[in-house]
Design a protein around this ligand. Structure first.
Ligand SMILES: [Zn+2]
Length: 362
């Protein structure tokens, strides 16, 4: 789960050129007569299909599906590259089950920048985008069995305009492989260490950011621990309608986050240079955090800062808070808190923004 500058599920079908989708509450941009083929689903004029080359794969074979997105509307449609094939579909946008049971996603989670024009790809009417998407190495295929795979775009429609987005389902027999689960990788370090050729000045900035993240998470925990639980402005802005169990949940998250920053063996890796990404982690591999291009241009503290990004990333680790990326950016995070407090309490950016508390609220 990375922290990106911008980007969110809701942006998958983001700006629809020439048609105002935003605020349209999921209404298709264009009510075309196009009827999807059986097993396909269309949303906002985009049809998704998943295909497999083989029906059965040995443990030595990589499992890859081909995802195709087709604009079946009469208007151009812009899609976020992050969630489309061709750019590798780096995040878990597939739904994988084995014998009916959900299979764990073991790939990375990112924090991305807000989508920039170059982060979109536009499909003309009738145009398709197709490419391979890795399943092995991203999902836990350690058990032999019948796996079912779909491309699924969840509806995190807190800005309006995008609805759920799913493909047909394909089935494949997969021989269990000694899964290279990221969680099996042993990270050893003392306190804070570096990998991926961090320069001296980068190490210095990281060290300051870790201190800042400890301060942020400690302050967040102390706020939740000493304030009488209620629907305070700060709490409801980021975590939605007050409930005592919700308050307890996020308090426990910040307890784990601050404890990790104060005493865990954190490794920060500098090898990623993507300017559209702040950072990412493998949730099963505490406490290794990969920082990317956008991290270096972020301020040390404040909104979408280096320190805040580290809070975001730390919250992703399964042993810490196990958060997801349902929404990126302050605006989307606030909307998520209003529309779905449960997901807000499980969303990494909401934890970051509550901790950054900028502008300050009580
Ligand atoms: Zn993330």
């Amino acid at each position: 789960m990375s922290k990106s500058l911008r980007g969110n599920f809701k942006w998958l079908v983001g700006a629809v050129v020439g048609v105002s989708l935003l605020g349209g509450c999921g209404a298709p941009a264009d009510a075309t007569d196009t009827t999807p083929a059986a097993g396909e689903q269309t949303t906002n004029g985009v049809t998704a299909t998943v295909a497999l080359a083989k029906a059965s794969l040995s443990a030595r074979e990589d499992v890859t599906v081909t995802v195709t997105l087709t604009n079946t509307s009469s208007q151009p449609v812009s899609l976020l590259k992050w969630y489309t094939p061709g750019e590798g579909l780096k995040e878990g946008r597939l739904t994988v089950t084995r014998d009916g049971q959900a299979v764990q996603y073991i790939g990375p989670h990112f924090k991305r920048v807000a989508p920039r024009p170059e982060d979109y790809v536009t499909l003309a009417p009738g145009e398709s985008l197709s490419g391979p998407v890795a399943v092995s190495g991203r999902y836990d295929l350690s058990e032999t069995g019948s796996y079912a795979i779909r491309y699924a775009q969840e509806a995190h429609d807190n800005v309006g305009g995008v609805s759920a987005f799913a493909s047909n389902e394909v089935s494949v027999w997969v021989e269990g492989r000694s899964s290279a689960l990221e969680s099996d990788r042993v990270v050893t370090a003392e306190s804070l260490s570096y990998s991926g050729a961090c320069t001296t000045s980068q190490q210095s900035a990281i060290s300051t950011a870790v201190s800042g993240a400890l301060t942020y998470s400690t302050n967040a925990y102390n706020y939740l621990n000493t304030t009488t639980p209620s629907g305070t402005a700060r709490y409801t802005t980021w975590f939605g309608a007050y409930t005592s169990s919700g308050w307890s949940t996020v308090k426990s998250h910040y307890l784990n986050i601050k404890n990790a920053f104060s005493s865990a063996a954190i490794v920060v890796d500098c090898s990623c240079t993507d300017s559209g990404t702040y950072a990412y982690v493998y949730p099963g591999s505490p406490y290794k955090i990969y920082v990317c291009g956008a991290f270096w241009s972020a301020p040390q503290t404040g909104t979408d800062s280096k320190a805040g990004t580290l809070v975001h990333e730390m919250s992703h680790f399964t042993v810490v808070a196990g958060t997801n990326d349902y929404a990126y950016g302050q605006s989307a995070a606030k909307s998520l808190a209003k529309s779905n407090p449960t997901n807000a309490r499980a969303n990494a950016d909401n934890h970051e923004y509550f901790a950054e508390n900028n502008p300050a609220q009580n």
